[in-house]
Design a protein around this ligand. Structure first.
Ligand code: ZN
Length: 363
């Protein structure tokens, strides 16, 4: 069912009636998916079918049998490389997009690890990692690897930097925190989805940030919240690692920090909501959660970010974390400050004392 865009429809990921979109149309479907099923595609339908058939053929030429695959879902298949290893498991995690005409896969058999992605030849769509259309994207798909990004394990300087910020070696390794090869000291926070490297954010010791170009915006730490009923959202990668130190692996960070202030205007349609595209790109994880804890920075931009997240995720399931007081006049700013100054127990306590967002923000 496709309907024209109506400005009055609230775009929240929490709604039972999820807003989905494609090709400039907005469709409202009473399902829990953000994506329109193939049958409702209207524009260039025949071309879509051609592309899909071509992609399917290419995938099958690689030995992957994708007859049982539902587009837009992750399916476990038999890996043609290792045949499922000793346990003969369906070790290949496979994802195919109908609309964007690409497929990607990774084998979770430890000894195999075969991974790849493929685009339908005559597709005009551009590659994204999850099938969500990104406006203005004309780049070819990029296959990211630690090798082609020239990433290497953390050296002593950065190990000491993280130790000072109370982030343990285990947490760094679990999150594949690396550094850029070369003379400069540059941290590399790797963004992954189903174990696959799909983006990277770099940071110097002087707090200069940049991101790998031509990649989709997603939440940092996404694989840790895949089936989480409660999700904690923080404002930076180091805060995500800090929250993990306090015993919460179900935490993600936004990829691009906080806005200066909360926008006064009504929410815009998802396809135009570029700054928050990471929410729409991660909708399949976020929409499953019954409770979302907003643990952004205590400053004004951090509170604006909490507000922007809450109005998109649905205020009724959002809770707000308030950071402990530093002295009579001020509070600690973020999760890492609390961890460094008060320790992991205090950070855990602050998170557990979150209050309902609507109660905290009555006006
Ligand atoms: Zn395999």
């Amino acid at each position: 069912m496709l309907v024209g865009f109506k400005a009055t429809i609230p775009f929240t990921l929490a709604s039972k009636f999820i807003s989905t979109y494609n090709y400039g149309f907005l469709s409202i479907t009473p399902t829990t998916t953000l994506f329109t099923p193939p049958a409702s595609l209207k524009r260039d339908e025949n071309k879509e079918v051609d592309n899909y058939a071509e992609l399917k053929e290419k995938v099958e030429n690689l030995g992957i049998c994708c007859n049982s695959v539902t587009p837009e879902e992750y399916t476990r298949l038999m890996c043609p490389k290792c045949k499922g290893g000793q346990l003969i498991e369906r070790s290949l995690s496979f994802h195919m997009s109908w609309k964007r005409n690409y497929a990607l896969w990774r084998c979770f058999n430890f000894e195999c690890g075969w991974a790849g992605q493929i685009l339908a030849h005559n597709s005009t769509a551009t590659m994204t990692s999850d099938g969500v259309h990104q406006l203005g994207r004309t780049n070819s798909p990029r296959i990211l690897t630690e090798e082609n990004l020239k990433l290497e394990p953390l050296d002593d300087v950065l190990a000491a930097y993280f130790a000072k910020r109370m982030i343990s070696k285990d947490t760094l390794e679990r999150n594949h925190v690396m550094q850029m090869a070369g003379d400069q000291i540059i941290m590399a926070f790797t963004y992954r989805r189903n174990g696959m490297l799909i983006g990277c954010k770099y940071r110097t010791l002087e707090k200069r940030f940049w991101q790998e170009k031509g990649t989709d915006k997603v939440l940092y730490g996404l694989d840790g919240v895949r089936d989480a009923d409660e999700i904690i959202i923080v404002e930076g990668e180091v805060d995500k690692l800090s929250v993990e130190e306090a015993g919460f692996p179900n935490c993600v960070s936004v990829p691009n920090g906080a806005p200066q202030s909360i926008a006064s205007k009504e929410l815009i349609p998802p396809e135009e909501d570029i700054r928050f595209s990471y929410l729409w790109n991660c909708a399949e994880c976020l929409e499953k959660a019954s409770k979302i804890l907003l643990a952004t920075d205590g400053d004004l931009p951090g509170q604006a970010l909490a507000g922007e997240l809450a109005r998109r995720l649905g205020k009724e399931r959002c809770w707000q974390v308030c950071w402990p007081k530093k002295d009579e006049f001020s509070s600690y700013k973020d999760a890492n400050e609390v961890l460094v100054n008060l320790g992991s127990e205090a950070l855990k306590e602050a998170i557990e004392c979150a209050v309902p967002y609507e109660m905290q923000n009555l006006n």
